[in-house]
Design a protein around this ligand. Structure first.
Ligand SMILES: *Cc1c(COP(=O)(O)O)cnc(C)c1O
Length: 225
């Protein structure tokens, strides 16, 4: 990726984020995570030089490779993919800044057990399947608060920091907006319990997500195009 292209892409996204967040409040800060799953370590390096610091991957193996390629850079790494149980130990060893895709109580219990054995902790977001789509994992919105509390109470090595959701996979903006509002309402209920991040919004819908209260967006294709 050309340096000028990286600068232009990042500038454009920052301007769009500014525009959307200021419609909510000048105090509403949005963190941008660059999702680099379809891109090379060189592309990430260009965006890093342009000023982007946080990146996310959806496969443990790819995260490991890119962290190793770019180990001299103080990048903040996120994990956003489905975590297979046989990859849990590998992910723990990589110490991501934030694991955003904790998608069931079962996975939480398994992760907690392995964290305990290694005397480690991990910052996580609870993934919510807010549009109740079969193609997505995540807890059902009506169960989310209860499961969040249960993980907080029974999995001491998991540090829950909020929620993550993928917007409804449809054309109709009203339906996408409804899915974001569902996640936002759950986040509001969880803020008294310490939830800090409401991660929602991708390349196609991050402006809408921010208007619905997202404070963390995950952008891939529009950042790396
Ligand atoms: C790929 C991915 C993204 C980024 O998607 P784009 O549409 O390319 O912005 C965000 N979140 C998750 C969980 C992803 O897997």
């Amino acid at each position: 990726m050309q340096m000028q292209k990286a600068i232009d892409n990042l500038d454009r996204i920052i301007a769009d984020v500014e525009d959307a967040r200021l419609q909510l409040s000048g105090h509403h800060i949005v963190k941008i995570i660059g999702i680099s799953k379809y891109n090379t370590s060189d592309d990430i390096n260009s965006l890093y030089k342009a000023g982007q610091r946080a990146f996310g991957e959806n496969k443990v193996q790819d995260l490991k490779q890119k962290m190793s390629d770019l180990e001299e850079l103080p990048i903040e790494w996120h994990f956003v993919g489905r975590l297979q149980k046989n990859k849990i130990n590998n992910l723990i060893d990589l110490k991501p800044t934030l694991m955003q895709s904790l998608d069931s109580l079962d996975l939480a219990e398994e992760l907690n057990k392995k964290l305990e054995a290694k005397q480690k902790t991990m910052n996580c977001l609870l993934q919510i399947n807010s549009a109740k789509e079969d193609s997505k994992t995540g807890v059902m919105p009506e169960d989310a608060v209860e499961i969040y509390k249960q993980i907080s109470n029974t999995c001491p090595n998991i540090k829950l920091k909020g929620v993550m959701s993928i917007g409804a996979h449809v054309e109709d903006e009203d339906i996408i907006e409804a899915s974001f509002k569902t996640t936002r309402a759950i986040f509001d209920e969880l803020q008294p319990l310490g939830a800090k991040y409401c991660s929602m919004g991708m390349s196609s819908d991050f402006k809408l997500a921010i208007k619905c209260g997202s404070n963390m967006i995950r952008v891939g294709s529009t950042l790396f195009k």
